[in-house]
Ligand binder design. Sequence first.
Ligand code: TYD
Length: 201
Amino acid sequence: MFITFEGGEGAGKTTQIRRLAATLAARGHPVLRTREPGGTPHAEAVRGLLLGRGGWDPMSETLLLFAARREHVTRLIGPALAAGIWVLSDRFADSTMVYQGHAQGDDRALIATLSRATLGPVWPSLTLILDIDPAIGVARAVGRGDANRFEAEGLAFHRRIRAAFLEIAAAEPARCVVIDASGDDEAVAAAVLAAVESRAA
Ligand code: TYD
């Protein structure tokens, strides 16, 4: 299975991916954990360009993200899935639709076209949207001390992000499950595992 974790800042995606990977591995599944932007050396180099500085032309930013994603899909995710490995990714194409499309106003039709044109058959079978009030999530992210340029945006930006993820979830219920990420790690992990088990049968 190819499972993606999505959501706003400070929703706890990284912790939850680690937990799910450990649970799946303990059950004997080979698992690969990865992230976007990034996942391969070239894509990680693009990550450095994107997160390090703002001021990108919106379409340039989208194209860079898809260049990184194409590297990730062709060199890492696709081969892993072909080898029967479960792939868990911290963010994927929904993040571009939400951050660049909905929140920054880049052309959403172009983003959908790029997804279809550049990713081939690689598309998540399950997307877990970790949902949290941005006032709590951003405070958590800032508290971690690793705020990037998106985390520095105002609350209105983060509310647009939350609404956009929920809109995608409502439009694609066969792929997306919304997880309430406001509880403690244990409770969120249980909800994540339940969603995976219900889809992996
Ligand atoms: P990261 O520190 O991994 O943040 P988080 O822990 O919230 O995932 O940084 C990734 C940032 O990049 C995050 O703020 C969202 C942003 N991003 C986009 O804007 N578009 C994208 O397509 C992706 C994958 C990420």
